[in-house]
Design a protein around this ligand. Structure first.
Ligand code: ADP
Ligand code: MG
Length: 333
């Protein structure tokens, strides 16, 4: 469907419609040899063959210019990140990526922009063997909605609700880099770290980690709104509390060079990390860590679940209050 503004004249509407089909064919009709895709881009809807005995996991994320990424973000990074955040949600559930749709709203037809966006998207899609099977293309403020689908054996899903007393808490990578990167872009007086900006633009979804984590974890989610805010989601769903070991929060080199409180603020309350946060029962901890090591995958222990604690506290009993981002009230300080 071509949903153009009423203000858009009929002549322009038809001019845009013809290029809409060219645009889809040129940039988003990728060769698809995957046998699960019976019909991909090109018909009214896609037809997929869902393997018998598997559950379908579905997630959607919208990405709006100026809200979810700065207007100046390079189109290659936008393509990467729009898919990466969806792959991260699939990983947080333990699912294997299978298919995705792309709803794209563009302010104008811009070949250079589309070429870079499509390449960023395609490169990550190929890395994770996820197939683009359709979507929608409209005109308006730049906005991208991806719906990703993954597959999972029944009983294997990683929920937020299973954390138990004494479980150990882990994250799959350093925290706060993306939030620091965003602060650097917004406040040019801050010393710039390309590593932090790279982390902001090109988060790496922890799909490989998740396939091991799902065999051991009692709960899992991906950290997108800040460690404390997202940990609180696990605690609320699991009806438990947690003790965080602040000395064990993993920091990248650039954050290690910052003032300690600033680095902690980015790590605890910043967003856009896309690391997995999960809980492992004490009696499985050793086997889990060995398994991760065998696969050369890194994770960091950062605390534990305590059913007698209310909310989140530090090792020295200080309450830690979530300050994640909320779209309707902004940063809740
Ligand atoms: P319809 O008018 O039937 O909704 P569209 O013109 O929106 O059809 O889309 C035609 C085909 O192109 C469909 O198969 C749709 O899934 C696909 N498509 C549209 N936009 C995109 C996009 N941005 N990326 C991938 N496929 C797309
Ligand atoms: Mg359509």
């Amino acid at each position: 469907m071509c949903s153009l503004d009423v203000a858009c004249g009929i002549k322009e509407r038809y001019k845009y419609m013809s290029s809409e089909f060219d645009l889809i064919n040129k940039w988003f009709n990728w060769p698809n040899t995957d046998p699960t895709v019976i019909k991909g881009v090109g018909d009214d809807a896609a037809i997929l063959s869902v393997p018998e005995g598997k559950q379908l996991i579905v997630t959607s994320d919208t990405f709006i210019s100026g809200v979810h990424f700065p207007h100046e973000t390079k189109p290659h990074a936008i393509g990467h990140k729009a898919l990466a955040v969806n792959l991260s949600d699939l990983a947080a559930m333990g699912a294997k990526p299978a298919w995705f749709t792309l709803a794209l709203t563009l302010p104008e037809y811009n070949e250079a922009w589309l070429s870079a966006f499509s390449l960023g998207l395609k490169t990550l899609a190929q890395q994770h063997n996820i197939q683009l099977i359709g979507g929608d293309t409209t005109r308006g403020i730049l906005s991208i909605t991806i719906t990703a689908m993954g597959l999972l054996l029944p009983e294997k899903s990683l929920l937020r609700s299973g954390a138990k007393h004494h479980d150990q808490l882990y994250v799959t990578g350093t925290l706060g880099d993306a939030a620091a990167g965003l602060a650097m872009l917004q406040q040019p007086l801050l010393t710039r770290s390309e590593q932090c900006i790279q982390q902001l633009d090109y988060p790496q979804p922890r799909v490989q980690h998740s396939h091991i984590i799902r065999d051991y974890a009692t709960s899992c989610l991906d950290v997108s709104d800040g460690l404390l805010a997202d940990l609180q989601h696990i605690l609320t769903a699991s009806k438990v509390g947690a003790v965080l070991d602040l000395a064990c929060i993993p920091f990248s080199k650039p954050l290690q060079c910052m003032d300690k409180n600033t680095a902690l603020h980015f790590a605890l309350s910043g967003g856009d990390d896309y690391e997995l946060l999960f809980s492992i029962p004490l009696d499985k901890q050793k086997e889990f860590e060995q398994h991760m090591q065998q696969q050369s995958l890194i994770c960091y222990g950062i605390g534990h679940i305590d059913q007698y604690v209310h909310g989140i506290i530090s090792r020295d009993q200080q309450p830690l209050t979530p300050k994640g981002y909320n779209h309707f009230i902004g940063m809740n300080h």
